[in-house]
Write a new protein. Structure first.
Length: 171
């Protein structure tokens, strides 16, 4: 029984390790000028050039709460994401009765299971940052959609960059 459990844990670790960091799908088109102007995605590059250019995208009808973006296969908060979270914390302080759901999203690369876990880590990272800023943890729930709800349907760097996000939904 111990051997079977050990084998299952080993297989899970190997599958997670190889789940998303593999090769990128090839695209037929070269990056468009608009993706270059927006800080076109390259591994390790900031979406929007790190200036928060895309921070003005509002999470649906979220009463001013701003969407944050992540680098490929990462859940750490970039400087532009921290600035957006600082602004979101101010909105939450001004609306003490507002609870939120943070939705973690990924691009289409990687397995469904891996992306669900990565989306969860992204949402948790945003939640932890807001809690460190003084927002009561009981006001914040998290949910991962993985790759299931893309905002950009393309299969290119620009679309993938837009889909790696955390959205804030008032409750």
């Amino acid at each position: 029984m111990k051997k079977l459990t050990l084998l299952a844990v080993l297989l899970l670790a190997v599958s997670v390790g190889f789940g998303c960091g593999g090769t990128k799908p090839k695209t037929d088109a070269a990056p468009s000028r608009s993706s270059e102007a927006a800080g076109g995605e390259q591994e390790g590059a900031d979406v929007g050039g790190g200036t928060g250019d895309r921070g003005d995208v509002v999470s649906g009808d979220a009463r001013g709460l701003k969407t944050i973006y992540f680098d490929f296969d990462k859940y750490n908060l970039r400087d532009d994401a921290r600035r957006m979270l600082d602004a979101n914390a101010e909105i939450l302080r001004s609306n003490s009765d507002m609870n939120i759901l943070i939705e973690g999203h990924c691009d289409e690369r990687g397995t469904d299971e891996y992306n669900l876990a990565l989306g969860e880590r992204r949402a948790q990272a945003a939640r932890e940052y807001l809690v460190r800023l003084g927002i009561d943890a009981s006001r914040i729930n998290v949910l991962s959609y993985g790759e299931e709800r893309p905002v950009a349907p393309g299969h290119d760097e620009e679309s993938w960059a837009l889909n790696r996000r955390g959205e804030f939904v008032p409750r």
